[in-house]
Design a protein around this ligand. Structure first.
Ligand code: GUN
Length: 303
């Protein structure tokens, strides 16, 4: 079997176009531009790149972004003061604190402070608690897991009644992805570093969401034919020449890297029914869902 590739870039573009049209309609009706505050603590290159993409998406979709870069040694008190100001600012509809925070900061307290109506990341304990409870609805769900479910639905994968396996139990992806799948009536198993015989568990899956952060860990023979594979991993590995030596960049003189997921794509795409590529799968969906959540925040706050 050769898997159908799930084109996250195209699906994310469709979501962004819909958000852009709705934002334009709101502005034409005299409402203000939706606003997203981004808070970046420290100088992690990856976090700065992600926040930059989020600001750029806001500009492209007609939203305002308010960027708050803070030094790596900012105090808990000053960070909390900023969150309180953003909660009170009517121009700010959504608040995004880029994670991870430096280790001296209490992430839980910071996320708890964000007003639930502005919690466009869906990480506040109230939104996550509602996601975990039957009959309750969060105002927002975390963007990456939301994007994974959106992709499955978009290509017509049946979630209700499916055996779904989530690899990884992080607060940002694995755990909320498992909760969302349960809400969608899947039977869910969460696999982690202490799980016994991971390949045997994976072979039962109709849906796999891989978010464990280990390059190409999932092999083709761990998968049931026809499975839908959503690969959240983004791992840099050295590019190799045909003789196995590293490819050296002409420009920098350093070994060149390529991005791979948590799934061995070449093997898995021979077995799976559906698969997301890396890059171009889940990545673009995270930002598209953040834009959708920010528009929703403006709708909740301003009608
Ligand atoms: N770090 C990695 N992914 C995310 C995300 O979706 N939101 C935030 N705030 N931080 C992240």
């Amino acid at each position: 079997m050769t898997a159908q590739i799930i084109d996250g870039t195209a699906i994310a573009q469709k979501v962004r176009d819909e958000v852009k049209a709705k934002v334009a309609a709101r502005i034409a009706a005299g409402k203000s531009q939706p606003g997203l505050a981004t808070v970046l603590v420290g100088d992690r290159v990856d976090s700065a790149a992600y926040v930059g993409m989020k600001q750029k998406a806001c500009a492209e979709l007609g939203m305002t972004s308010f960027h708050h870069p803070l030094p790596a040694d900012v105090s808990q008190e000053d960070l909390e003061k900023l969150i309180k100001e953003l909660n009170a600012d009517p121009k700010v509809n959504g608040i995004l604190v880029q994670l991870p925070l430096p280790s001296h900061l209490d992430e839980e307290r910071v996320l708890q402070l964000i007003s639930i109506e502005k919690d466009v990341d869906g990480f506040s304990p109230i939104n996550l608690g509602r996601l975990a409870q039957k009959g309750r609805e969060p105002l927002f769900v975390p963007c990456t897991p939301f994007g994974c479910i959106y992709l499955l639905k978009e290509v017509g994968v049946q979630i209700k009644g499916a055996n779904a396996v989530v690899l990884g139990r992080s607060n940002i992806v694995g755990m909320p992805a498992a909760l969302l799948l349960i809400k969608e009536d899947a039977t869910v198993t969460v696999v982690h570093s202490r799980t016994k015989d991971i390949p045997a568990v994976l072979r039962q899956a109709d849906i796999v969401i891989a978010a464990i952060g280990r390059a190409e860990m999932v092999r083709g023979d761990w998968l049931k034919p026809g499975v839908a594979v959503i690969d959240v991993g983004i791992n840099g590995i050295p590019m190799l020449n045909e003789d196995g030596t590293p490819v050296i960049s002409q420009k920098t003189g350093k070994p060149r890297q390529k991005l791979v997921g948590d799934v061995n794509y070449a093997e898995a795409s021979e077995v799976a029914g559906f698969i997301t590529p890396v890059p171009g799968g889940v990545g673009p969906m995270t930002i598209a869902m953040l834009m959708r959540n920010t528009l929703r925040a403006a709708e909740i706050q301003q009608g």
